[in-house]
Write a new protein. Structure first.
Length: 354
């Protein structure tokens, strides 16, 4: 397999699965965490390695090292592996997804932005979702008429904060996720609920047109629910461990314990909440965006710019959603007809937001 984003949390968990089941790792793609990358090289002996920048090449303990976006694409072309795990962050992950599919490879996708911005141009039959929410929906699907698919949200760092204090929240406070530790951008996206908006859009591309919803489940034990037309609902319950969806993505079939079974008597009780627009303004465009999913490229570009500004201390927390919503309205008439349009729209939106 090829692991894009090998030093991130999903990449690390993927390699744990590879080690457990003695899977071959042909290529490792990392950013700038060369220390961890070198340890992975020593353990898995990949044929190819890619690092984030040219300056890091000499620090990598490997004979075939490439760098940057072109390096990733070149390694995809040279490799023989039929499976690519794409755990890259942000818009940067789109080209590798497209190239892997063009080459006929299966993509175990954790890079939700690929579908958020380019879903109209991606063959989803080549995609296996790694996100725990989409894995949960896939796991629950059966031959019954579906009424609605539901994913759950933690609520993010400020789910319990007084509304009047949200505008003054700092990056440090926003990065304190109530349930687990993640990368900076996805933690901020969780706090604004943009991450969950993206997951609904991703589900729309993966499973087709339909009714999609998200609710807050504060303990993050339930990952997905499906309402059936007969009035019944099923839920996917599991400890929050990415090794479970990764195992199904890379192995196809799993018949042994990957995570410990949830003991509901230990959990005691569950709490569910609606996602309120007052706390999460981005939720105001959910229904319209699901009807016009091609507008996801504008939302993603604006959000990436806004999150970067917030982390640099240039704007307030509530300004993230304001910038994104302004761009969403400004670029309301986008109608990409080819993949090249996606990149042009992305550039225009970023210029507008900056």
């Amino acid at each position: 397999m090829i692991v894009l984003g090998s030093t991130g949390s999903i990449g690390v968990n993927t390699l744990k699965i590879a080690e457990r089941f003695s899977l071959s790792v042909e290529a490792l793609v990392a950013g700038n965490n060369v220390e961890l990358l070198n340890k992975q090289i020593e353990k898995f002996s990949p044929k190819f390695v890619v690092v984030g920048s040219k300056e890091k090449l000499s620090s990598v303990n490997h004979k075939k090292v490439f760098w940057g976006e072109e390096g990733i694409l070149e390694v995809l072309r040279r490799s023989e592996s039929s499976l690519v795990v794409n755990a890259l962050v942000g818009f940067f992950g789109l080209k590798p997804t497209l190239e892997a599919i063009r080459l006929g490879k299966k993509v175990a996708l954790a890079n939700k932005e690929s579908l958020v911005v380019g879903g109209a141009f991606i063959k989803t039959e080549n995609i296996v979702p790694i996100d725990s929410e989409h894995f949960g929906l896939w796991y629950l699907l059966q031959d019954k008429k579906i009424k609605r698919m539901i994913v759950t949200a933690s609520g993010g760092a400020f789910r319990d904060a007084p509304l009047e204090k949200l505008k003054d929240m700092t990056p440090k406070e926003a990065l304190c996720h109530p349930n687990w530790s993640m990368g900076k951008k996805i933690t901020i996206d969780s706090a604004t609920m943009t991450n969950k908006l993206f997951e609904l859009l991703e589900a729309r591309w993966l499973f087709g047109e339909g009714e999609y919803e998200a609710i807050i489940e504060t303990k993050s034990i339930i990952h997905a629910l499906i309402d059936f037309i007969d009035g019944s609902t099923t839920a996917h319950i599991a400890h929050a461990d990415m090794k479970l969806p990764i195992s199904f993505a890379v192995l196809g079939r799993v018949e042994e314990e990957i995570v410990k079974t949830v003991d509901l008597t230990d959990i005691g009780s569950l709490e569910f909440r609606k996602i309120e627009k007052e706390r999460y303004p981005i939720w105001s465009i959910k229904e319209e965006l699901l009807k016009e999913p091609v507008r996801g490229v504008a939302v993603n570009a604006a959000n990436e710019v806004a999150v970067d500004k917030f982390l640099k201390g240039e704007i307030g927390f509530m300004d993230i959603s304001k910038i994104t919503l302004n761009a969403y309205e400004k670029f309301s008439d986008i109608k990409p007809t080819r993949i090249e349009d996606i990149y042009e729209i992305d550039r225009e939106v970023r210029r507008f937001c900056k």
